[in-house]
Design a protein around this ligand. Structure first.
Ligand SMILES: C[C@@](CO)(OP(=O)(O)O)[C@H](O)COP(=O)(O)OP(=O)(O)OC[C@H]1O[C@@H](n2ccc(N)nc2=O)[C@H](O)[C@@H]1O
Ligand SMILES: Nc1ncnc2c1ncn2[C@@H]1O[C@H](COP(=O)(O)OP(=O)(O)O)[C@@H](O)[C@H]1O
Length: 279
C-alpha cells in the first residue's frame, strides 16, 4: 500500500510564549501543499532475516539520519508498543527538501501512522492518531488530516482554518529552497516571544492583498539577519509578481503566491530547488 505525504507552508507564524521545558507556544496557519514524498509498506515474509520488525529503504533525496532515527521507523515503533503489527518493509521516496520548514519528516511520520492504521485496520481514530503523531514532533499532528488548520500550543492543537482555502484556490504557489540549512532548535533559540497585534487566523480570512502588510513569520527577522540571501529571495519573489511571499516555518525555504503562473523560476533561482503548483 502506498501513500503520498505532503509538505506544508506556514501562513503567518507568531511565537507567543515559552514553556518551562523550553518549548515555545505559537500561533500559525498550516496550509498543505502538493509537494509530496511517496511512502510504501509491504509485508515482510516470516522467512526474511531481519533483526527489526520494520526496515526502511530511502530513495530520492538523502535524509541525514540513521534508519532507526527516521521518523517513519519511529512511527512504526510507537504504534507497535500498543498494537500487534505485522513485520513490514517500508520504502520512502524523498522529494520534500529537508530542513526547509516544509515539515517533510513530520509528514512522513504522520502518514506512516495513517498507513498502518488503514492497512492493518487498527481503527485508531483521528484524535488518537493526532496524539500519537504529536509524540513524534510538535507539528506532526497537522499531517493526520492535512487540512488548512490554525495551530496553537506547541503546534499540536488544531482547529480548521476556514479562510485560506477559498482565498487561495486558483493561485499559483512557488517554493524556493536555497542550499542553506537552518536548524529549528537554533531558530527558536533566537526568538523573543510576544503576542501579535492581530492573530494570523483572522488575517488569512482577509483578502490576500492585505497579507503582505499584516501577516508575519516571527522567524524571518532573526534568520534574515544571519542569512541575507534568504531575504533577497523573498524580495525577488515579490519582484516576480507575488501577491504574498514569506519564509515557511523556521526556513530555509521561501514561498510566493501568484495570480498568474510565475515564469523562469529556474533561471531566477539558479542553484536552488524550485517547485510550482496551482492550488
Ligand atoms: C518551526 C515549525 C513551525 O511550523 O516548523 P518547521 O520549520 O520545523 O517546519 C515547527 O514549530 C517545528 O516543529 P517540529 O519540526 O515538529 O519541531 P520538533 O522536531 O518537535 O522540535 C525541534 C526543536 O525545536 C524547538 N521547538 C519546537 C517546537 C516548538 N513549539 N517549540 C520549540 O521550542 C525545540 O527546541 C525542539 O527540540
Ligand atoms: N522521514 C524523514 N524525512 C526527513 N527528515 C527526517 C525524516 N526522519 C527524520 N528526519 C530528521 O529530521 C530532520 C528535520 O526534518 P525536516 O522534515 O527536514 O524538517 P523541517 O520541518 O524543518 O523541514 C532532518 O534533518 C532529519 O535528520
Amino acid at each position: 500500500m502506498i501513500t503520498f505525504p505532503c509538505a506544508k507552508i506556514n501562513l503567518g507564524l507568531n511565537i507567543v510564549g515559552q514553556r518551562p521545558n523550553g518549548y515555545h507556544d505559537l500561533e500559525t496557519v498550516f496550509y498543505p501543499v502538493p509537494l509530496c514524498d511517496a511512502l510504501e509498506i509491504k509485508y515482510m515474509g516470516e522467512e526474511f532475516p531481519s533483526e527489526v520488525n520494520c526496515d526502511l529503504k530511502v530513495t530520492g533525496n538523502v535524509v541525514n539520519c540513521n534508519e532507526a532515527d527516521n521518523l517513519v521507523i519511529k512511527a512504526y515503533n510507537l504504534l507497535a508498543k500498543d498494537y500487534k503489527l505485522p513485520r513490514v518493509h517500508a520504502h520512502l521516496y524523498k522529494q520534500i527538501p529537508s530542513e526547509a520548514g516544509l515539515g517533510g519528516g513530520s509528514s512522513d511520520a504522520a502518514y506512516m501512522i495513517r498507513l498502518l492504521d488503514e492497512r492493518f485496520r487498527l481503527n485508531i481514530g483521528k484524535a488518537e492518531m493526532e496524539r500519537y503523531a504529536a509524540r513524534l514532533g510538535a507539528d506532526c499532528a497537522f499531517f493526520i488530516s492535512s487540512e488548512p488548520s490554525f495551530a496553537t500550543g506547541i503546534g499540536d492543537e488544531l482547529m480548521p482554518a476556514d479562510g485560506p482555502k477559498g482565498n487561495l484556490d486558483g493561485y499559483h504557489l512557488a517554493i524556493v529552497k536555497p542550499n542553506i540549512a537552518v536548524s529549528t532548535k537554533e531558530a527558536y533559540a533566537n526568538i523573543s516571544p510576544h503576542k501579535p497585534e492581530k492573530c494570523c487566523r483572522d488575517i488569512v480570512r482577509q483578502p490576500i492583498e492585505t497579507w503582505k502588510d499584516e501577516l508575519i513569520n516571527d522567524f524571518e527577522e532573526p534568520i534574515f539577519n544571519r542569512h541575507p540571501d534568504l531575504a533577497a529571495i523573498k524580495k525577488q519573489l515579490y519582484q516576480l509578481g507575488a501577491v504574498y511571499a514569506a519564509m515557511s516555518g523556521s526556513g530555509s525555504s521561501l514561498f510566493g503566491l501568484f495570480k498568474e503562473e510565475p515564469c523562469h523560476l529556474n533561471t531566477a533561482f539558479a542553484n536552488c530547488f524550485t517547485f510550482t503548483a496551482k492550488l
